[in-house]
Design a protein around this ligand. Sequence first.
Ligand SMILES: Nc1nc2c(ncn2[C@@H]2O[C@H](COP(=O)(O)OP(=O)(O)O)[C@@H](O)[C@H]2O)c(=O)[nH]1
Ligand SMILES: [Mg+2]
Length: 395
Amino acid sequence: MLPGACEASLGAFGSIACTAVPRAGPSRYIGAARRLLYAAHAMPANLSPEYKKAEQAFRMAQEARERLECLKEMLRTIPKHKGTEHIQADIKSRMRQLTDELNTPHKGPARTDAAHSVRREGAGQVCLVGPPNSGKSRLHGILTGSKAAVGPFPYTTREPLPGMLPFEDVAFQLVDLPPISAERMEPWVAGLLEMADAAWLVVDLADPACAEDLISIRAQLGQRRITLSEYWPDFRVEPTGALQPHTEAADAPGAESVPDPFRAQLPTLLVASKSDLDPHPEEAQVLEELTGVRFPVIACSAKTGQGLDRLAQFLFASLQIVRVYTKLPGQAADRNRPFTVHRGDTVLDVARLVHQDVARTLKFARLWGSAAFAGQQVGPGHRLADGDIVELHAK
Ligand SMILES: Nc1nc2c(ncn2[C@@H]2O[C@H](COP(=O)(O)OP(=O)(O)O)[C@@H](O)[C@H]2O)c(=O)[nH]1
Ligand SMILES: [Mg+2]
């Protein structure tokens, strides 16, 4: 049973009907991490649109050469004043690192080496982080059908392992990772976390060391400028534990200051694992008091299955996933594999997922679903709703 504080955090999701019908077939991914939205909101007015664009491109770029180009553009477009001097210095230092890396191909890239990179798939990518033995791999195995190695001893997991968690007709990519502890964190883990849409912080509340473990994890990640954040695209968690929808840009973390382009704010769900072990009701509160962070919490057990169905529902709602089906004129919609975008995204965003040429030549779309009438003509900037069907028309 979860303590009261956790139940409060869960409240808003209690109303989401559990209609999960596991289906294979990963959906097609928009390719833009949702949390970039925060960065966009958090940008103070004196940062130019060119800088914002370069910063977003930097966060999404996988290749060293591409990242270097983005950094050059960031340095060119950042306002040159006292408030940005430290960021300018950071940009230059990253440029030096990348240049070194490109000049010595065998040295192994700083971000994440090829052997440890994970190709994104599905409606969102979620990394499983936590101390040793918290139950990450067993959870991964039961949710994705992966053969993640499970063991009662630390460091059973050594490599990143992707797997797909189905939810209705989409799927989320879960990446199982080695543990993070005060003594140890694989250097490539930071690179994967920087690129993820969200984290599940898997913690066994029955383990007396869990609060200390969480402090160590946050310290390890902090050194690499990664913050496990209570801010999700859809809401933030109030100090009372209640979920508060974002109303203004001021809600976003760091709205007042010049944002650090190299700090990743990773929306985090506290997955209280092994709930079958019946952790002491005060454990979650102690955890929150000691760490000063209040994540949304879902308690679950990979052993009994309790709470597992809530995990994908939570991701679907809180990452603001919008499914869009495409059709050709005179034909039925392709109902098998939706394109996944996010709340606020437009017809043009879907066209980009279909093909760059389609996006380039897009003139209008016909829309079924959220349209005023079936087949309504809408422009490229029209915002889409979950379940919409679009027919894309070129110039
Ligand atoms: N009782 C119980 N034990 C679990 C549960 N999940 C994992 N375990 C056990 O906890 C130990 C560590 O699990 P593992 O998934 O390898 O942890 P990881 O190091 O975080 O990947 C193993 O002995 C698992 O069988 C659970 O939901 N309930
Ligand atoms: Mg493991």
